[in-house]
Design a protein around this ligand. Structure first.
Ligand SMILES: C[S@@+](CC[C@H](N)C(=O)[O-])C[C@H]1O[C@@H](n2cnc3c(N)ncnc32)[C@H](O)[C@@H]1O
Length: 351
């Protein structure tokens, strides 16, 4: 297309947006560096610092730290005072980077992008790429990406929103946490309900081993069990609560998994399904959260589902209607949305 036909303003606008995206791609690596070397922590603890002061405090080299700080300042992660040559991590950034563990989300992104050549190939062949086949950053990043939301909402909002479940767990109930990954949700529930037993299941052996160690460190090894099992064949029946956190859409056969949940529940048992937040229509998901999830879904969730039997590939933005169809097909008749956050939607399903 001849340049004269282009709307120059729109070209510039899109270029500006693309430059931000390219910068953000590089920036992801810098966030991992800041996280691993404790640069954000040292800035939060030590207040305004020059590159030399921050380097001294963290045992790193001033020249590298200066470049890193300059980039952080250009990106709005820190502020720069030309009068003193010092850089500051504002309280709000410190909260999100340190308390809310935002670098975990970057780790998930970087780990996913590392596997891009395999996904590119899969576009051509149609083959799946299993969750277990990914870079280890994906497993740790996934845990760190979702855990703050679970820590904030699971015990205080989501479980109380389920009919009758909190009282049962307080008295001592049985919980199966399916597709538990590194077990952050399993451990949070075990900590909150010491009279209950919580079993985490995941088909990925590496994640289960990690979860066991984390539960021991958290002091809940005695009331948690972690076993390698798929969502369609995990053992046990009579569960008061079965939970799936951000994993149903990763499965090849969500309807088969839902049928297995159904037969594993106690009479009056509840299935709590936590999925990424999404509206039903694509056009209503064209926003930053939708972009994040569709991108992760292209690199992780869709290939994961396609690697398993049936290969339904719901995608990470399935939306409530599509999820209800899956649950209804499996024989759940009472389904209601009990909570939502910008990241998650929570459904309660009963037979
Ligand atoms: C996005 S991760 C979520 C992990 C964890 N629930 C969390 O929220 O941090 C999806 C998890 O589903 C697991 N998974 C995928 N397919 C599965 C299947 N068919 N049966 C059991 N687990 C499965 C993966 O191994 C992975 O741990």
């Amino acid at each position: 297309m001849a340049q004269a036909q282009l709307d120059q303003k729109k070209v510039e606008e899109f270029l500006g947006k693309a430059i931000q995206d390219v910068a953000a791609t590089f920036h992801a690596g810098l966030v991992l560096i800041g996280d691993k070397l404790g640069l954000y922590r040292a800035l939060a603890d030590g207040g305004p610092q020059t590159p030399a002061e921050l380097a001294k405090r963290t045992g790193t080299r001033e020249r590298y730290v200066r470049e890193w700080l300059s980039s952080q300042a250009a990106g709005g992660y820190v502020t720069y005072d030309p009068a003193t040559g010092r850089f500051t991590l504002p309280a709000e950034q410190a909260f999100l980077l340190l308390d809310a563990d935002l670098p975990g989300a970057f780790l998930l992104g970087v780990g996913s992008v590392r596997d891009e050549p395999r996904i590119t190939d899969a576009f051509r062949t149609g083959a799946g790429v299993g969750w277990h086949e990914h870079d280890t950053g994906v497993f740790e990043g996934c845990e760190r990406f979702f855990r703050p939301g679970y820590a904030m909402n699971l015990v205080s909002q989501w479980i109380p929103a389920l009919e009758g479940v909190k009282a049962k767990l307080e008295a001592g109930g049985r919980v199966a946490d399916v597709g538990c990954g590194h077990g952050s949700s399993t451990i949070i529930m075990a900590q909150a309900f010491p009279r209950s037993t919580v079993t985490g299941f995941d088909y990925h052996r590496g994640s289960i081993e990690w979860a066991r160690q984390t539960a021991d460190k958290a002091g809940v090894g005695d009331r948690t069990t972690f076993d390698v099992a798929s969502a369609k064949d995990y053992p046990g029946t009579g569960y008061d609560l079965v939970t799936f956190f951000d994993c149903l859409h990763d499965m090849g056969d969500p309807v088969g998994a839902a049928r297995h949940v159904r037969q594993s529940l106690a009479p009056n048992g509840v299935w709590m399904l936590v999925e990424p937040f999404a509206n039903d229509r694509l056009e209503d998901n064209l926003n930053p959260v939708g972009r994040l999830y569709y991108s992760a879904s292209t690199l992780l969730c869709t290939p994961a589902s396609l690697s398993q039997e049936v290969g339904l590939a719901l995608g990470a933005q399935a939306g409530e209607k599509r999820l209800r169809d899956v649950l209804t097909e499996a024989g759940f008749s009472r389904i209601r949305r009990v909570a939502q956050t910008p990241a998650n939607m929570v459904l309660e399903a009963r037979i």
